[in-house]
Design a protein around this ligand. Structure first.
Ligand SMILES: Cc1cc2nc3c(=O)[nH]c(=O)nc-3n(C[C@H](O)[C@H](O)[C@H](O)COP(=O)(O)OP(=O)(O)OC[C@H]3O[C@@H](n4cnc5c(N)ncnc54)[C@H](O)[C@@H]3O)c2cc1C
Length: 143
């Protein structure tokens, strides 16, 4: 079968995304949104990458529309502290999150809501009630 697979292409595009996993697909979508032509090169027989086997748990927060719908009070600052300082819920702050890269978490917290909106606008459906909530608020409280 493999000898019948086409391995050479003659295509020109503004953006070539190597890898059609969760991040590659988003990069391709964003490029299309900016009116660029896009080619995705994927080594596997299908797109999806590791997300195919992922548990599907999406940690976007910071005040998404879904959180607001369930009266979950969250903010960029709370999301940032949740991901960097677990002394909020454990006095010794032992969980590994305290070692997270601060600039990366800052960007994650700042762009969490826009990312959520981007995904919804592109057809992603999120489970309800929302999984993401401030660590100060037990999940049971929003069920
Ligand atoms: C079992 C499991 C459960 C998980 N559960 C969760 C969860 O609940 N919540 C969560 O947020 N995250 C979860 N994750 C992590 C999450 O799935 C990954 O972080 C995410 O899918 C990574 O996406 P990616 O696009 O960065 O990389 P990848 O998914 O690795 O995508 C890379 C893609 O590039 C392709 N590729 C590689 N090399 C080449 C090449 N040379 N040429 C062309 N294509 C190439 C690969 O085939 C692949 O499709 C889980 C992961 C696993 C394995």
């Amino acid at each position: 079968m493999l000898e019948n697979v086409t391995t050479t292409y003659d295509a020109v595009a503004d953006v070539v995304v190597v890898g059609g996993g969760a991040t590659g697909l988003v990069a391709a979508l964003k490029s299309r949104e900016l009116s660029a032509s896009v080619v995705i090169v994927e080594a596997n027989y299908d797109i999806g990458g590791h997300a195919i086997t992922s548990g599907g748990s999406v940690a976007l927060g910071g005040g998404t529309a879904l959180q607001c719908r369930y009266d979950v009070t969250d903010s960029k600052e709370l999301l940032y502290s949740d991901l960097t300082d677990w002394s909020i819920i454990e006095p010794n702050g032992a969980p590994d999150y305290r070692y997270n890269d601060r600039s990366l978490v800052r960007a994650f917290a700042d762009y969490s809501v826009p990312t959520f909106n981007f995904l919804v606008a592109n057809g992603v459906e999120f489970d309800e009630p929302p999984e993401s909530r401030p660590s100060t608020l037990p999940l049971e409280d929003i069920r």
